[in-house]
Design a binder for this molecule. Structure first.
Ligand code: ADP
Ligand code: MG
Length: 397
């Protein structure tokens, strides 16, 4: 894996300075309200530290994938929630983008000690192109730059990568913790190191699996991706979700696992139905003998028991991806059972991935997991061993 070099927050002089902070406030909204503020809360330690040290903050974040300025992607609800959490008014003005002339006037008028939230960086089409002119305007809002947006660190955008080249900079506390924890998993995990991978698409997780197979002792595969592996081994998976394009890749990964002496477990049985919305015909079948018309929608009882037994002696666990269609109870049972198991382990436990973290939160187990990664795509790319441009752009101490 790559070794990153960056200044920590303590190594950056911020007193009396305007600090431009890239945060990840890409939160879910419904009817103009923030429905899950985990990511806003995750940025608070850095923001509080900077304010306590006498900084003036100018914050920038993207939200969603707007095509230009779109009212429903404005950061107004985020500013409101941040204000409440911080206990301090957050300056915000709805404009066409982070670099509009109204925004420039507003941001440059920030009084000492204030917190200003810029409009959604993706309102400006130049953001995702890492345009130097946009980076220059954003950098003009601060005297130093802090990147605390781990969830966006795998993107080379103007607000993540571009600005880092233009100002003295440092990693925020959240970014630093993510790099430390995930880096530890790749470098010197306490053994046995066991990984649970679930979710929908094998193709999303191939890179991670490939890289982790060289490090881990055991892998447990669940969720829809298991059926691609089971089919690749010649099983009958009925109407379960299968990526037919990835069958060869799955075979290759099974071979890699056996030549790396990693035991790779697939769910022995599955809880199946003809549709997730109509669980009245729920039945348990061996995962390699699912009848036509039935879909494997959750891990079965034998599979869960085997995964639980296999995890018991782990000293490090990384979990990404739910074991079933947990949004549709009763197909959340396997995911909930594994969440309970992981939470109760006497091991260093890390959960990454938007849906997996949501499942942990829904079970109320968030305090019993050592690290919940705030970056779905970013944590996967990190564990794949890829270089994350948002971190790589930070300067050496
Ligand atoms: P994460 O966000 O934690 O990385 P993914 O996005 O990879 O996880 O996968 C989550 C999705 O996988 C959920 O929407 C879930 O419904 C789906 N999923 C899990 N198991 C199955 C299954 N057996 N059949 C269909 N979809 C599944
Ligand atoms: Mg997801």
């Amino acid at each position: 894996m790559r070794n990153y070099h960056y200044r920590t927050l303590d190594e950056l002089e911020v007193t009396g300075k305007k600090v431009l902070v890239r945060v990840d406030f890409n939160v879910p909204l419904e009817n103009g309200e923030v429905t899950d503020d985990t990511r806003i809360r995750a940025a608070l330690p850095t923001l509080r530290r900077l304010l306590a040290n006498g900084a003036t903050l100018v914050l920038m974040s993207h939200l969603g994938r707007p095509q230009g300025p779109e009212a429903r992607y404005r950061l107004a609800p985020v500013a409101e929630r941040l204000s409440a959490l911080l206990g301090q008014a957050v300056r915000y003005q709805a404009t066409d983008g982070p670099a509009s002339s109204a925004m420039q006037e507003f941001a440059l008028a920030a009084p000492p000690g204030s917190v200003t939230l810029l409009e959604n960086t993706r309102f400006d089409a130049r953001e995702t192109k890492n345009d130097p002119e946009l980076a220059r305007i954003l950098a003009g809002y601060g005297e130093v730059f802090v990147n605390d947006a781990f969830g966006a660190a795998h993107r080379a955008h103007a607000s993540t990568e571009g600005v880092a080249h233009l100002l003295p900079n440092a990693a925020g506390l959240l970014l630093e913790r993510e790099i430390t924890v995930l880096g530890e998993l790749l470098r010197r995990p306490a053994k046995p190191f066991k990984v649970i991978l679930g979710g929908a698409k094998v193709s999303d997780k191939i890179g991670v699996l490939r890289n982790l197979l060289e490090i881990v002792d055991e892998v447990f595969i669940g969720g829809a991706m298991a059926y691609t592996f089971i089919k690749a081994r010649g099983g009958e998976v009925g109407a379960s979700l299968v990526e037919n394009d990835s069958l060869e890749l799955a075979t290759g990964l099974l071979e890699q696992a056996s030549s790396s002496m990693v035991s790779l477990h697939l769910p022995e049985d599955s809880r199946c139905a003809t549709s997730p919305q109509h669980p009245d015909d729920l039945m348990v079948f061996p995962s390699n003998r699912i009848p036509a018309g039935f879909r494997g929608l959750d891990a079965g009882p034998k599979a869960i028991a085997a995964f639980q037994a296999g995890l018991a002696d782990a000293h490090t666990v990384f979990w990404n991806g739910p074991l079933g269609m947990f949004e549709f109870p009763p197909f959340d049972a396997g995911t909930r059972a594994i969440a309970q198991t992981v939470a109760a382990l006497d091991a260093f436990t890390v959960v990454g991935g938007g849906d997996s973290v949501a499942a942990v939160n829904a079970s109320g187990l968030q305090d019993q997991i050592d690290h919940l990664s705030t970056g779905g795509g970013a944590s996967l790319e990190f564990l794949e061993g890829k270089t994350l441009p948002g971190i790589a752009a930070l300067s050496r101490p």
